[in-house]
Write a protein that binds this ligand. Structure first.
Ligand code: BGC
Length: 868
């Protein structure tokens, strides 16, 4: 067989256990060692039990032979599945005129679509005290007996208004963190489904959970506590199906027991305190006696919408060991983990026990070598532990911090910890993109971009993970979405977040500035609110999910039309709340109406030209108004880098003026000593626009610049993440204003897209979403001798590895099955004689960015191109 089907996904996920849509989308990849592999047809079979396949009975659905190469997002088109129904599925595909074997079988299970099937209540410890301050976390539990029967499957469904950490028979029931994650709880609360079939036993069992404050009740941003509710409540539903008897369902209710536990206070922003002398892990053992505990307080499900999690939960994805331990005094040590990141500490005691420890976190040390915590603002980010016995392991459950350094102060010098590690926590997405090249500083820049993502994609794309903010700022997300899409599979992550963007539109249809939205920060900031349009389009480009885009279109159109209604002359002057402009620009300020109108025009362009919504007349009116207001003789009246970057990226003005505008952009950058002078909004468009018009040398100059201000300045000063500001710290001035100076903001990391698209040369083509057909067009420069770039698209691996030395240019590329690539040969100085896998290469010459480049069309396979 020359090809096989691999990586089956249902709604982006592998074997998901709770799919809300009763007719979900199914996708797969094809693997083949043979070039030119293209799917000619597929057949999907779905059965309620795997064994049925053996007897040829796909009882739920058999698609039959479907001609065509669609392998993404095929709808399961049969009877809708009902609550918790199981669907086993497999696919075979035809290519090279022959059918593959059927794939391995995959599974999806339908979510609890019928609300009446929950049979569970929200429960909590009946504490009547003051919830305006953090109170001890609570344990809720239920012991029960299981008969001696073979279990077919057992699922634990859990949710919380707060955070829940579930346990079953002596251990945690999942390694997921911060469940159920953060959504707009006023609108929907997710629940998680866990396979616990192998954790149950005959006889006495116990199921339960520990409840903490989380986003629901604890502090959010600087807004204070209790944004959604006063105290945490949990929802648990254990359903057990047996091979040979009626199923059992144990739902949380007033027969459950509840107590306070060893976590004495907990808050995502302030930190957690733990007292080991109090009730803890014994309580999740089946034999524990809870007869003295109180009964839980129970409340009905109420109106709140419960939705199954559609994105992957947060997990510990790596554990960092300290690279240095600095002894500050006999009782104080600073642990340097060598990497700014998000997570919390794991401490192990050895032979000695610990009476009391305090742990503070910082991203950076000041010039005296002390913890620089001023930039955390009102976030204490402090954990404390007391009465921890010997040979114990501890980590916080309900808090995370953004830090590279942790300072541990113990009560007495004798109290040593055996080990201190740091748990890196974020949404557990699949890694899809890698970049390396011959320049170590650029490699570090790329790592910093990756760490910026890992630090801030914790269920919601946040601006920063350390200070009292950590919000889903829409502007930051739209700037970074395309870069993120190369590095991790962020489709489910962003689609989940976009639900909160969409549901938070104002009554008149204006998108919010943050999501989940807390009204204090308003709606309609240009460049921020536009994320409601830009992020779905970016996802569409990367992942090609047509339905998701279509579902977002009505809200997008309404948003644009509402803005137009208040701005009849086509310039976006009214209806701009919180006008952030080109946020944190170190250059000259770009006119805020220019920025706003540019975004408005771009929205109309995307909707009209890429989504078939007719806003052409309005688009023209705004274009003309823009030209009148901001342009003169084919130039911007007030020239700034961001002004030109946005104007060109959004295709504003007459096409014939674009080359001269690009030329002016290049000139003003050069006049500025080749220094970058943009803020958040201009930065992601600067290099793409310059390269589109052929200014590659300038791109490399900007990118490789080490002096302040530049991308590499922080790198040469030890940065391990992307800073919020170009001048977060400078040799000249030291730290910026601590009121706003995070060292872990991903917005300026949006240059990552350029590393993939122009150094690696992996470029999407707008008419072929999801990389079904794409371009490979690297442009070597900046004295780079080699680059290795890889992006695992939904079709498979796209790779571009090149080497540029004395013996010419050699290039290995990989084009995944079922796709094709327009390969543009790099513009090399000498007249190159190109070879493809050892044979002379026939190319065609086409126009690209104002210059002519040779190109060749390649179908799937691994190819070696070289010059001689
Ligand atoms: C955040 C930014 C955000 C901005 C709005 C800041 O406090 O950290 O990343 O986009 O506010 O201008």
């Amino acid at each position: 067989m020359h090809h096989r089907v691999v990586e089956l996904r249902c709604e982006y996920l592998e074997n998901p256990l709770a799919v809300d849509n009763p007719n979900p989308r199914l996708s797969w990849k094809i693997a083949s060692e043979r070039p030119n592999c293209k799917q000619e047809a597929y057949q999907i079979q779905v059965a309620s039990k795997t064994e049925l396949f053996d007897v040829g009975n796909a009882n739920l659905w058999d698609s039959g032979e479907v001609t065509g190469n669609q392998c993404l997002d095929v709808r399961y088109k049969s009877d809708q599945l009902q609550t918790t129904d199981q669907a086993y599925w497999r696919v075979r595909t035809k290519a090279f005129g022959e059918w593959s074997e059927f794939s391995e079988t995959a599974l999806w299970e339908c979510a609890i679509v019928d609300r009446n099937r929950w049979h569970s209540k929200w429960i909590s410890f009946p504490f009547a005290g003051d919830w305006t301050v953090s109170q001890p976390a609570q344990i809720v539990r239920k012991a029960f007996d299981l008969p001696q029967n073979r279990i077919y499957r057992a699922r634990l469904h859990i949710s919380a208004q707060g955070i829940i950490k579930p346990f079953l028979n002596g251990d945690w029931a999942t390694d997921a963190e911060f469940l159920p994650g953060w959504t707009d709880y006023n609108h929907r609360i997710p629940y998680e489904t866990i396979d616990v079939t192998n954790l149950l036993k005959t006889g006495r069992n116990v199921v339960g959970g520990v409840l903490g404050d989380g986003w629901h009740c604890g502090q959010v941003c600087w807004f204070g506590r209790n944004q959604y509710g006063s105290y945490p409540i949990g929802l648990l539903r254990l359903s057990i199906e047996f091979e040979d008897r009626e199923p059992m369902l144990i739902g949380s209710d007033a027969t459950w027991k509840a107590a306070e536990c060893a976590i004495r206070s907990n808050d995502l922003i302030q930190g957690e305190s733990f007292d080991g002398s109090k009730l803890w892990s014994d309580a999740w053992k089946a034999e524990f006696d809870d007869s003295e505990w109180q009964y839980a307080r129970a409340a009905s499900l109420g109106q709140v919408q419960l939705t199954s999690r559609s994105s992957l939960p947060c997990r510990v994805t790596e554990k960092l060991k300290p690279i240095e331990v600095i002894e500050v005094s006999k009782t104080v040590r600073i642990y340097d983990f060598g990497q700014n990141h998000t997570g919390n500490l794991e401490l192990s005691t050895g032979d000695s026990s610990i009476s009391e420890l305090t742990i503070r976190h910082a991203e950076i040390l000041d010039s005296n070598g002390e913890m620089y915590i001023e930039n955390l603002r009102a976030a204490k980010a402090t954990d404390s532990v007391s009465n921890l016995g010997s040979n114990q392991r501890w980590n916080p459950q309900f808090t995370f911090h953004g830090y590279r350094f942790a300072e541990i102060e113990s009560k007495s010098p004798q109290e040593f910890l055996e080990s201190v590690t740091s748990r890196v926590i974020h949404s557990d997405m699949k890694r899809t993109g890698w970049f390396s090249c011959s320049d170590p500083l650029l490699n570090r820049l790329f790592e910093n971009i990756v760490w910026g993502l890992r630090s801030n994609f914790l269920d919601v794309p946040t601006d920063c993970p350390q200070r009292d903010e950590r919000l889903g700022w829409t502007g930051d997300a739209q700037v970074f979405a395309s870069t993120a899409g190369y590095i991790y599979d962020v489709a489910a992550f962003f689609e989940n977040w976009l639900e909160d963007v969409n549901s938070a539109t104002s009554d008149s249809g204006i998108y919010p500035n943050i999501a989940p939205n807390l009204l204090e920060l308003g709606q309609g900031a240009p460049g921020w609110a536009d994320a409601g349009i830009l992020v779905p389009f970016s996802l569409f480009q990367t992942y090609g999910n047509t339905e998701h885009l279509s579902n977002c279109l009505p809200t997008m159109e309404r948003y644009v039309r509402t803005i137009l209604k208040s701005n009849s002359d086509g310039l976006w002057k009214n209806l701009r709340s919180h006008d952030f402009g080109d946020w944190l620009s170190i250059g000259e300020e770009t006119d805020k109406t220019l920025i706003a109108t540019a975004f408005l025009i771009n929205n109309m362009r995307l909707l009209s030209f890429r989504a078939g919504i007719n806003l052409l007349r309005e688009w023209r009116v705004s274009m003309e108004a823009f030209e009148r207001e901001f342009m003169e003789s084919g130039r911007l009246k007030h020239e700034t880098q961001s002004g030109y970057a946005l104007t060109l990226a959004f295709r504003i003005g007459k096409p014939k003026t674009w080359p001269s505008m690009a030329h002016r952009l290049a000139q003003i950058i050069e006049e500025n000593g080749c220094q970058i002078a943009t803020g958040f909004l201009g930065v992601s468009h600067l290099l793409p626009v310059l390269s589109e018009f052929g200014y590659f040398d300038l791109c490399y100059k900007l990118l490789m610049r080490k002096e302040f201000p530049s991308w590499l300045y922080p790198v040469t000063h030890g940065a391990t993440t992307i800073w919020e500001r170009w001048d977060g710290w400078t040799e000249e001035k030291g730290f910026q204003d601590p009121g706003m100076n995070s060292f872990n903001h991903y917005a300026y990391g949006s240059v990552g897209e350029w590393l993939f698209e122009h150094i690696g040369g992996i470029q999407p083509l707008t008419d072929h979403h999801g990389f079904s057909h794409f371009r490979l067009a690297p442009t070597p420069g900046g004295d780079l001798a080699w680059a290795k770039v890889r992006f695992d698209s939904r079709y498979g691996t796209i790779r571009s590895d090149w080497n540029y030395g004395l013996d010419g240019f050699s290039w290995e590329i990989e084009v995944p099955p079922n796709t094709s690539a327009e390969v543009l040969l790099p513009p090399l100085e000498s007249k190159a004689n190109w070879q493809l896998d050892g044979n002379t290469l026939r190319t065609k010459v086409s126009n690209f960015g104002g210059s002519k480049r040779s190109s060749v069309l390649l179908n799937s396979g691994i190819f070696r191109l070289s010059t001689r």
